[in-house]
Design a protein around this ligand. Structure first.
Ligand code: FAD
Length: 433
């Protein structure tokens, strides 16, 4: 009989937990990837770079599998319908896959599971994209952590070789199904997309970037101040276990970032309602201004605050933005402009190559003050002070705002002190009952 391995956010053959178990426990394992029409139909840019990235990666995977005498079956549609159709032809007896913690994915997987059960098909799932998941790291009272520092402490105390070991897929390679007549891959065009011309960062990072991370990570002008691995972690073209081993060896500061990633994934798992609501419900009582004009100026990088504008222009042009600047732009939108965090979060979701619901939502709510473990609301970033500290030579700013010293560059959309007062008033009103 046949087993399917369903690739999702784990687009690699190396150190892949679910794939490892599929091959170890079965013979005749056929890998499958579904371009999920429920997800693709929600994207409004036909040159969406994430689709190009996935398409290129899936093409590579397919070629690698063909070299091994097997193939990757690639389909476009609703996963459940695709499985029904494939079952009609292949009569497989099991589906193996890796966990995904987003609300939509959980619902999709529940549907596939319910159908599989009725057919007598096994549906087996594994932890792969995180170091720890779900209930693995809980407080003494067996509750999920909602504060990062004690969560991190517990992770570090538990992160031993058991959790860091690789799953050597190579060992059981002979279990891949033999496919002498491989199929042609569906094209981007057939999916309704065009090729993006954005650059994707490399998945290979020189060790020295990680070694120097604690000193370099806050300066957006430095090209290699951070690893740019976000998009690879998002789609699983790298293994988080490999990275965590490197982090453990060379930089606890960098390892801590991977732990932030896990932290927000377990928050989204335990509190899926944060997708649409504030983690602290009182924040949904704030009277946001939600000015459309202000929002557009923020999106375009025309607020007259250079660090904010440089960040937004970087995002629009490249699909990425430095973390320090993400914090400043998010704080500016929510606090200076009093626009609901959800609008900014959705804008980032459209643009970021490394967009990840758990990390994006968690960090936006952190910046707005509405999230778990967020800074107190009265701490309002001053974008000018932030620029002086983290871009002292205006290097990053000048790169994105060549017209900075001319009269083409707008004056500030609002005075900082005025915005600060307005924010404190609106937040205090909602938060002090
Ligand atoms: P590095 O700085 O080298 O860090 C390594 C990896 O650790 C990252 O690739 C990422 O996977 C993880 N990581 C680092 N910082 C965080 C963090 N604060 N929270 C969660 N994981 C982290 N990160 C995303 O991966 N996707 C998002 O959609 C996202 N949206 C954000 C929105 C806002 C408003 C803010 C303030 C931050 C957001 N981040 C997001 C977190 C962070 O900015 C990016 O992970 C980081 O800038 C990516 O750069 P890098 O790949 O060079 O990672």
């Amino acid at each position: 009989s046949m087993t399917l391995f369903w690739f999702r956010r784990d687009l690699r053959l190396h150190d892949n937990a679910g794939l490892f178990y599929a091959l170890k426990e079965n013979e005749n394992v056929l890998p499958v990837f579904v371009f999920d029409s429920d997800i693709l139909s929600k994207l409004d840019d036909e040159a969406d770079a994430r689709v190009t990235f996935i398409h290129e990666t899936v093409t590579d995977l397919k070629q690698s599998l063909q070299k091994k005498g097997s193939d990757l079956v690639v389909r476009h549609g609703k996963p459940l319908e695709i499985f029904k159709e494939l079952h009609g032809k292949l009569k497989f007896s099991a589906i193996y896959t890796n966990h995904d913690y987003e609300p939509y994915a959980r619902q999709r997987d529940d549907q596939v599971l319910a159908w599989a059960k009725k057919q007598g098909i096994e549906f087996k799932t594994f932890k792969d994209q995180t170091l720890f998941e779900k209930d693995e790291i809980l407080t003494e009272a067996r509750k999920p952590y909602t504060v990062y520092t004690p969560y991190k402490r517990k992770v570090l105390a538990n992160l031993d070789s058991f959790y860091l070991k690789s799953y050597p897929v190579e060992t059981y390679e002979s279990s891949f199904a033999k496919k002498p007549n491989p199929e042609k891959i569906i094209s981007l065009k057939e999916l309704g997309f065009t090729k993006s011309n954005l650059q994707f960062p490399s998945s290979e990072v020189p060790i020295k970037v990680i070694k120097n991370y604690a000193e370099t990570r806050n300066f957006p002008a430095l090209e290699n101040g951070t690893t740019h691995l976000g998009v690879h972690l998002r789609f699983g073209t790298v293994s988080v276990r490999d990275l965590a081993r490197t982090g453990k060896k060379y930089s606890e500061t960098w390892l801590s970032e991977l732990i932030w990633r896990d932290f927000f994934m377990q928050i989204l798992w335990h509190f899926p309602e944060v997708e649409t609501r504030s983690f602290r419900p009182e924040y949904d009582k704030i009277q946001w201004r939600n000015s459309k004009t202000d929002f557009n100026r923020w999106c375009e990088g025309m607020t007259g605050y250079p660090l904010v504008d440089a960040g937004m222009r970087e995002l629009n042009a490249t699909g990425t933005m430095h973390n320090r600047v993400r914090m400043v732009t998010a704080s500016f939108l929510t606090k200076h402009l009093l626009i609901h965090w959800h609008s900014g979060e959705r804008y980032f979701a459209k643009k970021l190559l490394d967009f990840d619901l758990a990390a994006n939502n968690g960090n936006w709510q952190w910046a707005a003050g509405s999230g778990c473990d967020a800074a107190p609301y009265f701490r309002i970033f001053n974008p000018e002070t932030q620029a002086e500290k983290f871009d002292p030579e205006n290097e990053y700013i000048k790169k994105w705002i060549p017209e900075l010293d001319t009269n083409k560059y707008p004056s500030p959309i609002i005075d900082h002190a005025e915005a600060r007062g307005r924010c404190l008033q609106a937040f205090t009103k909602a938060l002090k009952k």
